[in-house]
Ligand binder design. Structure first.
Ligand code: 3HC
Length: 693
């Protein structure tokens, strides 16, 4: 006979079912370990332990996932009791077997709770991980200790220092799980957890099996080589290195000494500049979807997507759509171009499989949704048509005119233009409200950033649709307004201008790049220009005369183009490239730039690395504040999300606007005033510093 009784607290409840105690956490959205959850868990364990009728305990969650970690909302505040290490230790110390029931993503503190339980039953589709390094932290509640005890130092290091979420199905031999339930059915998980607990009771197997009592087996593990590897991969991030040090230092300690070392490092990292920046980055990404909440329209359903243009950009975009299970119709001008475009898409999937991003079967399924045509008529039933053709406004106007005549009246039109005026394109067609910018970044199938550009007449429904599609593509979609270069490229132009100016003032090519990469940028700005081709930006700019107020404006690039140094493609740009593509310093560039500086009466001098970084960063801050003031972005943190995902800004520095806030209004004001006094109001305009409040 089944007897049931339940005690319900706010977020943690207990149900007694025969001789089982079932603890349920119900704290939306992700069952994070808030103070109330921690207290609830301690109380529930104590209560069930004291209840003689209860022989075994299950910890399970309601909602979308088992506990996804410590509560990030509490991170800005001083820790409150009960502390998480005490909670996990209390669970492990329980004198009745405790079983964790895992689904969704058991992350960080959530995985630590699971490891403190004596047994784990998990869905094969569930994921586990220690993502603390992504927040500039290390596991702080026994994660380093218990994980190392079960899977050994090598796998523990990989999981902890990468922060990756690992699928349970790939951990079947890890020793982490006692039962793996195939699939993703949480009811089945509950049923199997109960069966497992009842088996323990029936077999009188009631002695808790504590991971904390195990020893670490690090036989044959090369700590020295592992350290070098961790440092290399960390690329300036402190937390992975700290995690390594904790594992190495504690490998022979008992669990409580090991946890004390771990906790000390965790607390030292909490509130560190890197951790603050990484937590800000996490929040900035989530914030990008907030404008959607203000939109009063539902997204249209999109499944069939037309993509016009199968060049590098178009094929990358098509790959991205196919990988997200959309059906894609690729359009090209000729059958040769179409073949080439389809070939690029297929090659992208070959690369996806080769690099382990997806299995062959998934790639085949995606590619089965691809077809191509040279006939626009084949777009008649598309829900969304996106163009990625040559950057010429007249070509695009013609194209959209054609589309309005062949497509359904409710088809959403998107342009992937990087710089052209979308308002002008919209004004030339009969359905301006249906046109939106979807600005992808190259390679579009890899880069996470997507600017959704709202033109003057774009309807709310079309914006909602584009944002929804961006989400389905797993992009960081940021809503921006129309201006030259939109948000990202407008700031990039300002950044590039400042770098070019410093070159003329005497800063050395390699010094600029090294200063910026040492600070954390993924690539040096001049190496990037060599890669993309110095003539590309130069040609785009040459439609306009050099601005009178800015005598150094991209003159360094102009000088190099005149000298036929166009970048990697000519094996000569800001650097010299050998036949293997390896870059070398090019002393003649310094000479050329010196001559240009002389002609422009710009005095050359030496720069410190710090000054280079400051000037480049302040150029971004100044432009970012102007963008926000003009309403091009909805919130300052959107600029950070854009720079983190589109331009290689170091995540552990949070983004340019986060940096501005950290420096503080007064310091930013002083620095900008100095630059304004030196270079003039037009280059360093007044900005509204109250935006940093
Ligand atoms: N605390 C509080 N809120 C959280 C949270 C957390 N740990 N994780 C996610 N959320 C919130 C999000 O902010 C979002 O809120 P919103 O709806 O108001 O915007 C909501 O949960 C849903 O999150 P997502 O939109 O990201 O949903 P997804 O399904 O795409 O992803 C997730 C879910 C995989 C759990 C993802 O949110 C994630 O990776 N979260 C971070 C997990 C993490 O880093 N945990 C470790 C924390 S540090 C720790 O545990 C320290 C310990 O060792 C002591």
């Amino acid at each position: 006979m089944t007897t049931e009784s339940a005690i319900t607290h706010d977020v943690v409840s207990i149900k007694q079912q025969d001789n089982l105690g079932i603890i349920t956490i119900n704290y939306a959205p992700v069952n994070a370990l808030s103070q109330a959850v921690r207290q609830g868990l301690i109380n529930a364990i104590a209560r069930l332990e004291a209840d003689h009728a209860v022989k075994a305990i299950i910890i399970r969650c309601e909602g979308r996932t088992f506990i996804a970690g410590a509560d990030i909302k509490e991170f800005g505040q001083p820790p409150t009791q009960p502390y998480l290490p005490d909670v996990v230790n209390r669970i492990e110390a329980c004198n009745k077997p405790v079983i964790a029931s895992l689904f969704g993503t058991s992350l960080g503190g959530g995985f630590e709770v699971a490891l403190a339980c004596h047994y784990r039953v998990a869905l094969s589709k569930a994921k586990v991980g220690m993502p603390e390094v992504n927040l500039g932290l290390i596991p702080g509640a026994g994660g380093t200790q218990r994980l190392m005890r079960v899977v050994g130092p090598e796998q523990a290091l990989t999981m902890i220092t990468s922060g990756q979420h690992v699928s349970v199905s790939t951990l079947t031999r890890s020793g982490l799980f006692d039962v793996i339930v195939e699939g993703n059915d949480t009811q089945e998980l509950d049923a199997q957890s109960i069966i497992f607990a009842e088996q323990l009771i029936d077999n009188d197997n009631l002695e808790p099996r504590r991971i904390g009592e195990m020893l670490v087996n690090s036989d044959g593990f090369d700590w020295l080589a592992a350290k070098a590897n961790v440092i290399k991969r960390a690329r300036g991030k402190e937390a992975p290195v700290a995690a390594f040090e904790v594992l190495e230092q504690t490998q022979s300690m008992n669990i409580s000494d090991g946890m004390a070392v771990e906790r000390q490092r965790f607390l030292a990292l909490r509130g560190s500049p890197q951790s603050k920046a990484l937590i800000h980055a996490f929040g900035a990404e989530k914030q990008t979807s907030k404008p959607l909440k203000k939109i009063n329209a539902d997204a249209q359903k999109v499944s069939l997507v037309g993509i016009i243009g199968g060049g590098n950009m178009g094929s990358g975009i098509a790959t991205s759509f196919l990988a997200a299970n959309f059906t894609v119709q690729l359009i090209e001008q000729s059958s040769e171009a179409l073949e080439a475009g389809l070939g690029r898409i297929k090659a992208n999937f070959v690369s996806n499989v080769k690099r382990g991003r997806m299995g062959q079967q998934v790639a085949d399924t995606c590619l089965a949704n691809l077809s191509g045509s040279v006939d626009y008529q084949s777009l008649s039933e598309c829900d969304l048509v996106l163009e990625a053709v040559f950057e010429d406004i007249n070509v695009k106007k013609e194209l959209f005119k054609k589309l309005t005549s062949v497509c359904r009246p409710d088809t959403v039109f998107a342009t992937n233009t990087s710089y052209l005026d979308i308002n002008e394109i919209a004004a030339s067609i009969s359905r301006p409200e249906q046109l939106v910018g979807m600005h992808f970044f190259s390679p579009a199938n890899i880069m996470k950033l997507l600017e959704i550009v709202k033109a003057e007449h774009t309807s709310e429904q079309v914006i909602a649709t584009a944002m929804q599609v961006g989400k389905q593509l797993k992009k960081i979609s940021v809503l921006v307004g129309v201006c030259f270069g939109f948000a990202g490229n407008r700031m990039y132009t300002r950044y590039g201008r400042e770098v070019q100016q410093m070159l003329l003032e005497g800063a050395d090519v390699a010094q600029i790049d090294n200063a910026m990469t040492s600070w954390g940028m993924a690539m040096g700005p001049l190496a990037v220009q060599d890669l993309s081709g110095i003539d590309i930006g130069h040609n785009a700019r040459s439609a306009q005369p050099f601005p009178a107020h800015d005598k150094g404006y991209f003159r360094a690039a102009a000088t190099l183009v005149e000298a036929k140094r166009l970048g990697r493609k000519t094996q000569a740009g800001f650097y010299q490239y050998d036949e293997n593509g390896k870059k070398h310093a090019a002393p003649e560039v310094a000479e050329l730039l010196q001559q240009t500086a002389q002609k422009l009466a710009i005095n050359q001098r030496e720069f410190s690395d710090e000054e280079i970084v400051q000037r480049a960063l302040f150029a971004l801050i100044s432009e970012g504040l102007s963008l926000f003031k003009e309403g091009i972005v909805q919130q300052l943190s959107d600029i950070d999300a854009i720079w983190l995902h589109g331009y290689g800004f170091p995540r552990y520095k949070g983004g340019p606007m986060f940096q501005a806030k950290q420096l503080g209004k007064t310091a930013v004001a002083e620095q900008l005033a100095q630059l304004r006094a030196q270079f003039g109001q037009q280059i360093w305009p007044d900005v509204d510093l109250t935006l940093l409040d």
